[in-house]
Design a protein around this ligand. Structure first.
Ligand code: F6R
Length: 249
């Protein structure tokens, strides 16, 4: 696992856009996350597409997850969020955005990913409780796309997007940890002090369902990009910085 530490959230977005940008090619398949963290990365990607550095027109996009009960037109549905924050500004045809559908079996989403040739690079955020996608603590390490019940911590964290915590859906459909691990490259980004413990757990804690993001440790091509605040709990921080500056060729 490569750990890249930058001072600011803006620098994290630049590094993430540099990495993700490499997968924008005809036939490319990119896994996208929602929440606050990826927004700056998406803005950087969009800016690059606008000046022609990057072409998104023949890329397929697969979302990690979706709230159960929010239709595509609901402003907080992940379908609508991805259309607004990424797909429409990129000028990508909406049919190229795939989002798990809670009214259908999770296997169908797995089959869609397979039919596209698998995800080349999956962008991930991390919850304060260590979740990725909506695989909450205790998720099977080899799970596939399915419904999950949100952890109370996640409901509290995501209440900022809704009128109140009561308005946050309790159920979601999410790619499983097994689904996520089948992507060719996992790129996890985290910024801010609230992610400090989750980052320490996923990078340096045990590989455990108690911290679902720790599956990054098991993946053959995993990159973690964090800002100084999110990196503050890392014991081996100096080593990661040294290793990044002295990469073997
Ligand atoms: C969203 C998702 C979640 C978020 C996580 C962090 O699609 O899968 O795992 O990445 O909850 O959210 P933010 O970035 O809002 O802190």
């Amino acid at each position: 696992m490569e750990v890249i530490i930058r001072k600011t959230a803006a620098e994290v977005a630049t590094v993430a856009a540099d990495i993700l940008g490499q997968y924008f090619r005809p036939g490319g398949v990119i896994g996208v996350a929602t929440g606050s963290t990826p927004l700056a990365t998406y803005a950087a990607i969009i800016a690059r597409a606008q000046v022609g550095i990057l072409d998104a027109s023949e890329v397929e996009f697969f979302a990690l997850d979706e709230y159960v009960g929010l239709g595509h037109d609901h402003p907080q549905s992940y379908y609508r969020t991805l259309r607004t924050e990424l797909i429409d500004p990129l000028g990508v045809e909406p049919r190229r955005l795939h989002v798990p559908d809670a009214s259908q079996a999770g296997e169908r989403y797995e089959a869609e990913i397979l039919a596209a040739g698998g995800i080349d690079c999956q962008l991930l955020g991390v919850g304060t409780n260590g979740h990725i996608g909506f695989n909450e603590p205790g998720s099977s390490l080899n799970s596939v796309t399915r419904w999950k019940t949100l952890h109370p911590q996640t409901v509290a964290d995501n209440a900022r997007f809704f009128s109140s915590a009561d308005a946050v859906p309790r159920h979601v459909i999410t790619q499983g940890l097994g689904t996520i691990q089948r992507a060719g490259h996992l790129l996890l980004i985290a910024t801010g002090d609230a992610k400090r413990n989750a980052v320490a757990g996923l990078v340096e804690g045990p590989l455990s369902a108690a911290c679902p993001a720790s599956i990054m440790q098991w993946h053959r091509h995993a990159t973690v990009v964090v800002d100084g605040a999110a990196a503050a709990g890392l014991k081996n921080r100096e080593y990661y910085e040294f290793a990044e500056a002295n990469k073997p060729n």
